[in-house]
Structures are given as structure tokens and as C-alpha cells.
Design a protein around this ligand. Structure first.
Ligand SMILES: [Zn+2]
Length: 309
């Protein structure tokens, strides 16, 4: 709920995608990390304290095959599942280790959380435009100047923009009923909207053209990115996928990332306005498709205006 509100996305986008965009870890891994950290504290309690006496007694009982119903059994299972068998057997306070337990726990739990997130994203067809990266909030979300563009980009990356494929998925229609109503050529998936729909070609062509000046003024990093975009067969789609954490400590690279992300948002917004001006706004309420008729300028008018620019 918090994640959807933070992203400004309504409905039911895949939770794995929302977490990935916000750099959040699944709750189960946060719980496991806290529990593992508690193990070190248990082992470090002063021996004369009652907690320590009970803990050591239960631990010895489990080591001898007893105390089957002790709460310490789940701690044992967790430690062993992360490969901390030595820590379980000897108790950490008895081991002479230099690395802090918190650091060790963080490293192993994060690794497992990342693998789980990766598997969850790979298992969701709606998240095909999402690139997983080490935990951290996606940089494009920091932009407060263009909130509408930021939200639109989030919806596109989460596969939750209301194109016909999303409508069909939400209403349980067969996939072949999700034909693009702009070109009637293909199923209107998110990828079709971003990359393939021929009706929106002019907007896409403006994407790289609009980046030529800002990128060429951003030094070698900018020129390298510009060259990459020119050689790409799908520069807009590639840029949507690569919107992620900005490279820290590199001014030029951050500037280039910000310029590309801003252009992506502007281009998607222009394409979405064209679509809405022709088809209106789609929504799903109480299991039915709700269409608000177009109220803005017609697509031909918008395209003509872009051509004149
Ligand atoms: Zn189309």
C-alpha cells in the first residue's frame, strides 16, 4: 500500500516490481536479518544473567538432541539455512572472528533477498521492462519537477499502464482481445506502446533528436551515450529499461542520466497524450472497463504540432 502510494500507482501492480523500484526488501528477509542479529546478542549476554543461563541450557539440550519444542529450534534452522553452522555449534561469542556479525548477516541476507526479487520479477510477464539492480530507490523517482511524467514512467516500468493488454489482464479477457486501437496491427502490450506502435513513431523519433544538444554538451560521457542511443534499434525502450540508480560521485554521468530520464518522461507523456486524445481514458471499476471519452485535441492536431516544432 505504502509503495503504491509512493509511486502514485493505483490498482494492483506486481508487488515485486513496486519493491524493486523503491529498493525495498521483502518483509521475510527483514525479519530474518533481525532474528540473526539477535543471535549475537543472545550469545553475548553476561553469563550470570538469567537469560544467558536459560539460553545456554537450551542450546546444550538441542545440541544433545533434546528441547524439540524450544523456540531456539527455529533459530537453529535459520542459522543453518544461511550456512552459519559453526556459529550455531560454538555460539558466536566463543568464536574469534574479526568481521562484525551485523555486516555478515546483512551481506548474506541481502544476497538471498536479491535472488528472490530477481526470481519474482522474472516470473511476472508484466515486469519485462524492469531491470533489477542492487537495492536502492530508482533515481528517476527523485524528480519532483515532472510528477506526471515520473508516475507515467513508473506505470510503464511496472507494466501497469492502461494499454489494452493490461485491460485484458485485469478483466480476464483472452490475450487476442487486446488489439491496439491506434494501429490495429498488433496486441497493444506495454512494449508495443513504447516501441512498436507505428502511430507513435514521430514522437519516438523526437526522443533522440531532443537529446542531441544536452548530451553533446555533457562531455565524453554524454557523447558516448548519444552514440549508444543512435546505434540502438530501440533507444526509447532501452532508456526506459535502464532508468535506475544514478551513478554516484560522477557529475557528468549523473547529468547524462538525468537528461535521458527527463527526455524519456517527456516522450512517454507526449505519446500517452496522443493515445488519450484518440481513445480517451481507460479504467477498470467493479470488473468492468470504463472509458472516459477524449476531451483534448485530436491526435492529428498533436502530431501536426510536433512536426511544426
Ligand atoms: Zn499500435
Amino acid at each position: 500500500m505504502f509503495g503504491k502510494a509512493a509511486l502514485g500507482v493505483h490498482g494492483n501492480p506486481a508487488a515485486a516490481g513496486v519493491r524493486a523500484e523503491l529498493g525495498l526488501v521483502e518483509l521475510q528477509f527483514r525479519r530474518q536479518a533481525l532474528k540473526l542479529r539477535w543471535w549475537d546478542r543472545l550469545c553475548s549476554v553476561l553469563p550470570e544473567r538469567l537469560l544467558s543461563l536459560v539460553f545456554r541450557r537450551r542450546h546444550n539440550e538441542i545440541l544433545s538432541g533434546g528441547a524439540r519444542y524450544s523456540g531456539l529450534q527455529s533459530m537453529k534452522d535459520l542459522l543453518l539455512s544461511y550456512g552459519f553452522s559453526e556459529e550455531w555449534l560454538q555460539r558466536r561469542s566463543d568464536l574469534k572472528v574479526n568481521v562484525s556479525w551485523t555486516t555478515e548477516v546483512k551481506a548474506v541476507v541481502n544476497l538471498r533477498a536479491l535472488a528472490s526479487a530477481s526470481a519474482n520479477i522474472a516470473g511476472r510477464s508484466s515486469l519485462s521492462l524492469l531491470s533489477l539492480r542492487p537495492h536502492g530507490i530508482a533515481h528517476y523517482l527523485d524528480d519532483r519537477k515532472n510528477m506526471a511524467g515520473t508516475r507515467l514512467l513508473a506505470k510503464v516500468r511496472l507494466g501497469h499502464i492502461m494499454v489494452m493488454a493490461t485491460v485484458a489482464r485485469m478483466l480476464g479477457w483472452p490475450a487476442n482481445r487486446a488489439l491496439c486501437l491506434l494501429c490495429h496491427d498488433d496486441i497493444e502490450s506495454v512494449r508495443h506502446f513504447v516501441q512498436d506502435c507505428p502511430v507513435l513513431d514521430r514522437s519516438r523519433a523526437k526522443f533522440v533528436r531532443g537529446l542531441e544538444l544536452p548530451l553533446s554538451l555533457s562531455g565524453a560521457v554524454g557523447l558516448e551515450r548519444l552514440d549508444m542511443l543512435r546505434r540502438s534499434g530501440s533507444p526509447l525502450l532501452d532508456s526506459v529499461i535502464s532508468c535506475s540508480v544514478a551513478t554516484s560521485g560522477d557529475g557528468d554521468r549523473c547529468q547524462v542520466d538525468a537528461a535521458v530520464e527527463s527526455a524519456v518522461k517527456n516522450c512517454l507523456s507526449a505519446m500517452w497524450r496522443i493515445r488519450e486524445s484518440v481513445l480517451g481514458r481507460f479504467g477498470v471499476a467493479a470488473g468492468r472497463l470504463v472509458v472516459s471519452p477524449p476531451s483534448g485535441p485530436r491526435a492529428a492536431e498533436l502530431i501536426a504540432r510536433q512536426e511544426a516544432n
